[in-house]
Design a protein around this ligand. Sequence first.
Ligand code: HSE
Length: 297
Amino acid sequence: MIRVKIPATSANLGPGFDCLGLALQLHNTITVETNRPFNISLAGSYSDGISTDENNLVWRTMCYLWQLIGYPTPSVALTLENHIPPARGLGSSSAAIVGGLVAANSLAGSPYSKYELLQVANAIEGHPDNVTPALYGGVTLSIPTNDGILPRVLARSPKLRAVVVIPDLLLKTEKARGILPPHVSRNDAVFNISHAGLLIESFIREEYSFLKEGMRDVLHQNQRAVLIPGLLDTLETALQAGAYGAALSGSGPTLLALTELELEQNVAHSMLDVFNKHEIHAESYALGIDSEGAKVI
Ligand code: HSE
């Protein structure tokens, strides 16, 4: 039997569209029991809508890796314990893909390195900003190169708390990407490049006072505000409540605020209040940063 623990992730962090992300101390686990009749059972807080047949994303990903490496598909029973809310911008599908790859690789005797698993995960997911932190932990930058995605861990254990506020809205990444214009202006590109640079510097130097400016974005958040009532007000409120910085988590609808420990409750309540005013039910978690990424436990 093996068990894999995979963190939730928050992508973009404002200006780092499709390249910056961080791992959160909120985990799904996958338990694989070998020499059992095929079966998938679900546990944890989020089971609705998750298939338990051969269409299950974790299972499909496992089979995909075994096929890739020429390992005969074994007969296994899976238990998927889901604590990451699905379709909320917290990397639930990346967790399924990364977890499936790590589990299948481990069962096959670990022929693939973490770097190779990242390339497979990115090919399946289509963008690396969630799968890289899900595999490596910490705050990560994913760089598309001619040889695949180059992963960099910018900070493994930043002294920050992540407040995630999850409105009760389902938003599929495809929809949230579909509303973005296909081209960006040079001014907007320069804005995001410079802000992503500042953000990276803030993490590396642990100078979190720069996060407020460094997490500003013009490429996707304003555009997505039409899909998430209260988005921009809530981000502004998080800053007023003392957060270092705040951004849309991935493609949303969850919002992320990075803050110091003492302020996390204040920031969370202030953000929830704004969603309440927009008559949207929301819940919040205050989480640490996961420094390890997916691992076999
Ligand atoms: N970066 C993606 C987006 C989401 O904002 O559409 C996570 O991959």
